[in-house]
Design a protein. Structure first.
Length: 307
């Protein structure tokens, strides 16, 4: 039981009013903004691109307890043919943290409200881990708003996933505010998602930990509890957008067979596995955070697919 718990702890994944004025700028060309959504969430996001009306819109959705900074190694590599948005989903990053609710439905409603607020009619939606579950929920409910769909480190559901049971027990029964008191747990949790040979830079893990520490214990608990009971498997055949499924061969939370199921159920899908022994893959083994471990390769795949 102790081994199962440690494995799970160390391997989990990981609007109507107009946007406010610019609050910060990043050297990479990213601009930080806030927008008040019709769902009641004050959402923080970063934006990159010279002209909203000139370039394909791409929206990035991060994983469990992450933030837009999950894609910090990718956004500067995108060409100017794309106008990118990376959001802090409700309860995460610098977005507001309502007392409830944290179902995929709530995240999907926020995304629709975000696109409404910014006047984005249609976009390529890229979701990692928890963000991928929210992304395929959105694609099911709003097929007319998804140009293309990219699922990174994904699955049909977390229901019955043995890797997560021990983590859930700890999060529900032990984790409390301030989450900073559990710094060691959070560090191990984040570091373990980069299981591949390429790994992640130390500075990136430090950033990921600092972002996870912003998430209140109740959000850790609610978001994970909801993922453990939600199952979109029977609805995946309703996804009409061309879909790219990206998976790391040493992913410690989702399984290889999850990818085959996604690929079989989504009508227009392509599966690519990053890994040393995979045909068309990459030279080194790759973990759950493949977009961090192989940032340029990831962006190349996104751009080729989105075009």
């Amino acid at each position: 039981m102790k081994r199962l718990l440690l494995t799970a702890l160390f391997a989990l994944l990981m609007a109507a009013p107009a946007a406010s004025a610019q609050t910060a700028a990043y050297s990479s060309g990213l601009t930080s903004r806030f927008v008040n959504l019709s769902t009641g969430v004050r959402m923080h996001y970063v934006e990159q691109g010279r002209n909203r009306n000139n370039g394909k819109a791409v929206i990035f959705l991060h994983g469990y307890t992450d933030s837009w900074r999950s894609f910090e190694r990718n956004l500067p590599l995108l060409s100017d043919k794309f106008h990118a948005y990376a959001i802090d989903q409700r309860g995460h990053g610098d977005s507001s943290k309502p007392a409830c609710c944290y179902r995929a439905q709530d995240f999907s409603d926020d995304l629709a409200a975000f696109m409404d607020a910014l006047g984005i009619r249609k976009a390529t939606v890229v979701g990692h881990s928890m963000g991928s579950l929210n992304a395929h929920k959105f694609a099911i409910e709003h097929p007319d708003r998804v140009e293309r769909l990219v699922l990174v480190g994904s699955a049909t559901t977390l229901v019955g996933n043995a890797n997560v049971i021990g983590l859930n027990d700890f999060v529900q029964n032990e984790l409390k505010d301030p989450v900073s008191d559990f710094f060691g747990f959070v560090w191990d949790f984040q570091a373990s998602t980069f299981a591949g040979e390429n790994g992640a830079p130390h500075w990136f893990i430090e950033t990921a930990v600092s972002e996870s520490l912003k998430v209140p214990a109740t959000v850790w608990q609610q978001a994970l509890a909801e993922m453990l009971v939600e199952d979109h498997t029977s609805q995946l055949s309703q996804i009409t957008a061309p879909t790219l499924i990206l998976y790391g061969d040493h992913d410690g939370i989702f399984f290889r067979e999850d990818q085959d199921t996604l690929d079989a159920l989504i009508p227009d899908s392509t599966l690519k596995v990053y890994g040393r022994d995979e045909t068309g893959g990459h030279p080194g083994h790759t973990g759950h955070g493949l977009h961090v471990e192989w940032p340029q390769e990831f962006v190349n795949d996104i751009e080729a697919f989105a075009r």
